[in-house]
Design a protein around this ligand. Sequence first.
Ligand code: SAM
Length: 228
Amino acid sequence: MDKNTENIKQFITEDGSSSLYNEHLRESYHSTHGAWQESVYVYIERGLQKAFEKFDDEEIRVFEVGFGTGLNALLSLIEARNNSRKVLFDSLEPFPIISDLVKQLHFPKLDEEQRTLFTHMHAQPMDSSFNYGPFFSLEKKYLKLEDFQASKGNYHVIYFDAFAPSKQPELWEKEMLQKVVDALARGGVFVTYSAKGQLKRDLASLGMTVESLSGPPGKMEMVRAMKL
Ligand SMILES: C[S@@+](CC[C@H](N)C(=O)[O-])C[C@H]1O[C@@H](n2cnc3c(N)ncnc32)[C@H](O)[C@@H]1O
């Protein structure tokens, strides 16, 4: 694996926030209708907030597939602080972006302190944990999902934010889903922007309770699934 990012370009989505476009895969990292609003809607409001409700007196362990721009991680830090809840955030990223690209990312809603935290998250070395105050710690894992071995039942929330099933089908195979479902604690929450029928069927066959929820602006549906 290397920092193979020369084919990745920054662009502005319809809500004014940045995303990235992978020219090789011809795929963007977020909805073109709005990166910020998609991340808040899918991962924070339907994922992290749900876990706060369900596990109301525990620290929350989050597992993300694809650190990418780091937007989900930063929004999770902000949400953890706003709720005075402790969040331990592990994120896989086999292709971290270069610092020139990080500088180009623009999120108008961030204040100066949040922007500094965001820059730090990207500069933080891979495979080491860092505490961002009492409520948030981050570890970026320099690893592909294919090579990841999670402890069973470790996480309360999974942000499944891989590139689309049409672009990286291998990450959406039942074997990969089995791996992340195994990593979820009982009662844990799996969220993703995708609403593919096969995904829903596979999650159900792995014993998950699957919900099709309305999607963020511009998208019909998203999937949330809970482990019984
Ligand atoms: C849709 S983007 C993630 C967006 C990200 N969550 C964010 O907030 O910007 C998909 C990410 O998965 C990463 N990725 C690609 N192949 C992967 C693999 N085999 N395992 C895990 N992540 C992978 C990409 O480098 C990319 O950062």
